[in-house]
Design a protein around this ligand. Structure first.
Ligand SMILES: [Zn+2]
Length: 481
């Protein structure tokens, strides 16, 4: 397969009204794995990995007021919590954007002016149902028993002057782009969902501004001081403002995005509104990768149920590499996924302590004992599990790697090197066996680099050392419980 020249990866920018949880962590971890993978493939400077925080809107202003601090202080505090969480998880982003950044706000104003000049914005009255929880107008057809299904709240009836985006003009083009693959929407089920929305004509023109009376914390609309830029438009633009659209070197090099990761709840915004804005600006379209909803131990993740998992806690318990492994190995990307936290200790012991950890201990111990730590190996990268990463099949990549681990542990059980070592005549056979095992271990470690950058480097250091000796303390220690 031909390698790309550059690779641009984005996560959604996370709304600061929420604390970092496992859902945010999952999306950020898959983006990190892909970024690390492509840095190995095409070099650090050809990969750009963006994440950040979405910091405007009614809810943020309300939360700040509740904590008796200014919205700016509030967003400073929460965006720092996201940065800290990603540092704990060893996330290798290139840039962390905040929608309160001066540079971002300036470019958003320019984008809005450009859209107005292109004649795709018009002034109108909006009458509709608005969910403060969602921070958006909600359609009658989206309600469940008259309530917003995400917030279990009856929406407010609102009439206000807004500036609108002529979405209708762009729908046929968006449909065509999705069908032709010019706008990639993955997986197939989500592509069908978006095409369904478009063909049902269930997508009215959308607002790009809101009245100052309703929204005080946001970017001023440049030509109408009664309005603020709608928080969603402000947020979507981050993917190009972070690259200093339109003249920035990074923009010219990296746009369009090669992988925009997002959760199902923001599908319409990314697969319809965002492409519409890009088409209006005459920009090429990105590739969108959508992950399904999360549940925790079979239950919907919610603050009221108190089952929201703090990624910092997982890192405190297992370390960043292992936390990432446990999260990514449980389910495939794209599917609806149930995170079984109860299974984490069992999985850690089975896969890492008894699986990989045991293999490392056995192999290094035998090379040390039978060959005084010296064995000649021609290390070569066999690209184990790499095609799977390219396809965004992260769990499947790990499964491929673990097949080799299982095969090798079984091989040791069957060949019984400790028996071979008893007879000098068997020395060549023993050497061949250990060479195979060390060679495999090297490739396992290389394959794990995007997933477990620190642990894999520890393994590589041990087996490429002048003298291979069993690590004094195990790389994957047994849990004390
Ligand atoms: Zn809602």
């Amino acid at each position: 397969m031909k390698k790309p020249d550059k690779f641009y990866i984005t996560t959604p920018i996370y709304y600061v009204n929420d604390k970092p949880h496992i859902g945010h962590a999952y999306t950020t971890i898959v983006a990190d794995v892909l970024a690390r993978f492509y840095r190995q493939e095409i070099g650090d400077k050809n990969v750009f990995f963006l994440t950040g925080t979405d910091e405007h809107g009614v809810k943020v202003a309300e939360s700040a007021a509740k904590s008796s601090i200014s919205p700016q202080e509030f967003t400073d505090r929460v965006s720092q919590e996201f940065k800290d969480a990603w540092q704990n998880l060893d996330i290798s982003y290139n840039h962390f954007i905040r929608t309160t950044d001066k540079e971002h706000q300036k470019i958003v104003v320019d984008i809005l002016k450009k859209l107005k000049d292109k004649g795709v914005l018009y002034e109108g009255d909006y009458q509709g149902l608005y969910c403060v929880g969602c921070e958006k107008f909600i359609l009658e057809s989206e309600l469940v028993e008259g309530k917003c299904p995400d917030h279990n709240k009856v929406p407010e009836k609102l009439t206000e002057k807004n500036w609108f985006f002529s979405l209708q003009k762009f729908l046929p083009k968006i449909k065509e782009a999705i069908e032709s693959g010019e706008l990639l929407v993955y997986p197939e089920s989500r592509k069908k969902e978006v095409l369904g929305l478009i063909s049902k004509q269930a997508l009215p023109d959308f607002s790009v501004s809101r009245s100052n009376k309703a929204v005080t914390w946001g970017i001023d609309l440049p030509w109408d001081n009664s309005q603020k830029v709608y928080v969603w438009i402000d947020a979507l633009c981050n993917y190009i403002t972070a690259l200093a659209y339109p003249k920035g070197k990074d923009f010219k090099k990296f746009w369009p995005a090669d992988a925009q990761f997002l959760g199902l709840e923001i599908l319409k915004f990314h697969a319809v509104y965002w492409p519409a804005i890009l088409l209006a600006l005459d920009l090429p379209l990105p590739k969108l990768y959508i992950h399904g909803f999360f549940s925790i131990d079979g239950k919907k993740m919610s603050k009221t149920l108190g089952n929201v998992i703090d990624p910092n806690k997982l890192v405190a318990e297992y370390g960043s590499d292992v936390a990432k492994y446990l999260i990514l190995s449980q389910f495939s990307f794209g599917a609806e996924s149930d995170i079984k936290v109860e299974d984490f200790p069992v999985k850690y012991n089975a896969d890492l302590v008894n699986g990989l950890g045991n293999l490392i201990n056995r192999v290094t111990n035998m090379v040390e004992k039978y060959f005084a730590g010296q064995i000649k190996i021609d290390f070569k990268n066999t690209k184990l599990g790499q095609e799977e990463i390219r396809q965004l099949h992260f769990r499947e990549s790990l499964l491929t790697i673990w097949q080799v681990i299982q095969k090798d542990n079984l091989l040791i059980d069957q060949e019984k090197p400790w028996e071979l070592a008893k007879d000098e005549q068997n020395k060549p056979k023993l050497e061949a066996l250990l060479k195979e095992l060390v060679f495999d271990l090297y490739n396992i470690a290389v394959a794990l680099k995007p997933f477990m950058p620190q642990k894999s480097q520890e393994i590589i250091d041990v087996i490429t050392a002048k003298k291979i000796i069993k690590p004094q303390s195990p790389i994957f220690p047994r849990l004390n419980k």
